[in-house]
Design a protein around this ligand. Sequence first.
Ligand SMILES: [Fe+2]
Length: 523
Amino acid sequence: MSHAIPIVGLTAGRTQDGRSQIDGAACLVHGDRAWGVAEERLTRRKHAGGCESALAALLSAAGLSLGDVGLFVVSTCGEAPPDPQAPVYLRTDGRWTLQDMGVEPDRIVWCPSHHLSHALHAAHAIAADHVLICVFDREGTGGERASYYLANGLELELLHQDVISGPFGGAGWVYAQATAALGWSGDMEAGKTMALAAYGAAAENAGLISFDASVGLMKGAAPNGPPPVTFKERADLAATVQTELEEAVIAAVGYWNAKRSFRAVCIAGGVGTNCRLLGALARSFPDKIIRAPYAPGDTGQAVGNALYGCLLSGTPVPELLRSPFLGPNIPKISPELFDVLGNPAATGPVASLEAARLVAEGGIVGICIGRSEFGPRALGGRSLLCRADQAQAVDRLNRDIKRREWFRPFGVMALQADVTERFPAVAQSQFMEIAQFMENTYRHVAIASVHIDRSCRLQSVTDKNPCVNILREIRNKTSNPFLVNTSFNRPCEPIIENYYDAVNVYLSTGIDGLLINHDLFIK
Ligand SMILES: [Fe+2]
């Protein structure tokens, strides 16, 4: 194979021994175009596994049929690479496979390594050379626990892999065990543990996660002892696992820094969603660029697998795949929606300015513009925005819409230039991947987003972001460059995908305005 062909990357819904997988997704590359969407966005079930709906949506967006696809690249986790002829389960129940749809075995390839797939996605998304890519998750292919690559573009050199069989998993597994001990879903609610950690005191040498520099091995063990009950006990366990994760990863990066030369560090795998870890790395290695890809967890496997297919077939990799805005485009609004929503309050370029005015006056505006962002965070395509310096607006956002736990602050977005001015050490955080400490002099600009330890999750916004005009206008109107940016959804639901989802949430919650592409609706 040496020519450009349409390539699909998938995360299979089920392993060969019958274990269902979460966080399914599909990614399609066709010429200089690319698409990607997670299964949960379409099925409306959070962390949904499988890729049946995602695959159908992307083929439709690209105007392709199954027969047009030259190569399907697939992965799972927690098993050895399956036999090339193995069924590719499109659902978690094991009832529907690629082969059932008539896809011949010679068009199916299994990515040989789950961690390689994570690393390829990371290497392409952060678009830098001389990058140390560290992959930490629950478990990869055939016992992969931690992997370290040096990347120059998509040229990856595998430096080392911890491959361990048995019940112990990687750093992500330990973090999941601690999260489960706190009474939450280990695979889906690690963010709660991360947020709670700021309220606790870490135990000394608890031995949950550590890095053995004598052999370069990441070690881990599940928490033992009685489950924590009081708030202090729970916060202390969260602080312990978070602190040990940070110390172990800082030690691992230091270990490789002493051996090899690199100017950036990228954390891939599910652990890459831990923005406090990335903040700690940025403080420990001020001379390095610290990044994570836009989809560090297993939905990102779909992107990594598509990239593996490109390399395998000699298909050029589209530049577009560096951007998270990969969802199918929003069509023109269906006329019957005007019966439901009324006429737009503003249409065309002025709609963004009117949305900014509404936000500046204390309103909450839902954004549903263009292609949705791939990955766990709303980055401006499917976002809820409100002023970051008004506690009243953020209280309303939480009380009437989000209902997050009180100990979980919201992320904020600002124009890249404003982030650089205030946080010179964090030149880039395009995917909201870093929690940076906010100096006391700046705390008033994002009061509701600064955590108890002064950390603040930041997104630096470039000209291509759908919210850039709103941010510019807000800056003019309020002199404050920061806006709260949180995912457009109701509690326990995935982020919205299409404008029907957007209208549903808008009409059933306390959102004041809804911007669908260039039409602004106001209640
Ligand atoms: Fe993974």
